[in-house]
Every structure is written in C-alpha cells, then in structure tokens.
Design a protein around this ligand. Sequence first.
Ligand code: HEM
Length: 155
Amino acid sequence: MNYHVSKTILGENPKFDFPKPIFLEELKEEGLVKLFSDFYDLIIDSDIGNFFPQEEDELEKIKAHNVKFFIEAAGGPKDYSQAVGHFDMLKTHEQFSITEKARREWLGCMEEVLRKTDISDEAKQSFWDFLEVFSKHTVNVDEKQELEDLVVKKG
Ligand code: HEM
C-alpha cells in the first residue's frame, strides 16, 4: 500500500479515476458509513477541526450526508447528487479557504482510518489514489500568497 501524497499545483485541474468497483464490493455501504464516521471523529480533533461543527448532533448530520457523496463516487446509488443537485466539489469548497497544508491534514486523517480498514490493498489503493488526486480540486488558496497577504494587512 502506498500512501504517497503529491503536491497540488493551483489551477492545474488534474484528471482522476473514481475508485474501482471492488472498493465498494469489499467494504459495502455499511463499511463506508463506519469509515467516514471514524474519519470525521479524527478530523474534528485535527489541525483543520475548526472548519467543522463540534456539536455531536451537527457532526452526525454531516457524517450521514457526506458519506452519500463517497458511496456515489464509489459506484453506489446516486443519493448525493439527487439530494444536492450537483456533484461539484470545487463549488462545495469555494466558501472555505483550503490550503495544501489543510489538504494534507485531511488526507492524513484518511490514511489513519484506512490503515485500520480490513479490505484488500488493491481496493484500498484505488480509493486512496482517487482521494489523493481529487483532493487537489478542493485546494483554493496559495499558502505563500496567504502568508504574504497577512503580512501586508499587519503592515
Ligand atoms: C478528496 C477530498 C474531499 C472530498 C471528496 C470532500 C467532500 C466533501 C463533501 C461531499 C462535502 C459535503 C458538501 C455538502 O454540503 O453537500 C464536504 C464539505 C466540506 N468539506 Fe470537504 N472534501 C474533501 C476535502 C476537504 C478538505 C481538504 C477540506 C479542508 C478543510 C474540506 C473541508 C470541508 C468543509 C469545511 C466542509 C463543510 C462541512 C461539511 O459538510 O462537511 N474538505 N466535503
């Protein structure tokens, strides 16, 4: 298993493949629900926890909603796009300032839960490879630029 993370180049729009069917076949929807429940429990205690709601019932709603996206991406029912009306992660994340560092923290939490997930390496690798590239589409802030803006603002 290779949890390699390559660098995002802003504006690059890299092509990605959705996970192979064996991922959902092996893990099943119930497995994905458990995986994302564990993932969001890690996320709220991580360096990007401030982006997410800390209240238990709000977090439960997010878990139940967001996992539908991943089930659909893995080839399952299209409940996410039916509920939301689109499948556009760029649009979804526009309202947040996401840096490469935040992306790596997100992927780090995912690596931690995937390491504890009992499916074949082939299935896991195909999910990881999808997330590794797909997550580049959520990065919308140049870290260096953000720091420079802060310095300018401070005077
Ligand atoms: C592969 C990468 C990612 C995927 C597939 C993904 C997917 C999603 C989805 C499906 C939602 C729910 C949107 C809706 O309301 O319908 C969401 C929301 C959100 N995402 Fe991401 N995301 C990714 C990476 C990130 C990263 C790196 C951050 C960094 C902070 C982030 C922060 C958020 C936040 C703050 C929300 C709103 C709260 C929530 O509904 O979870 N996401 N994301």
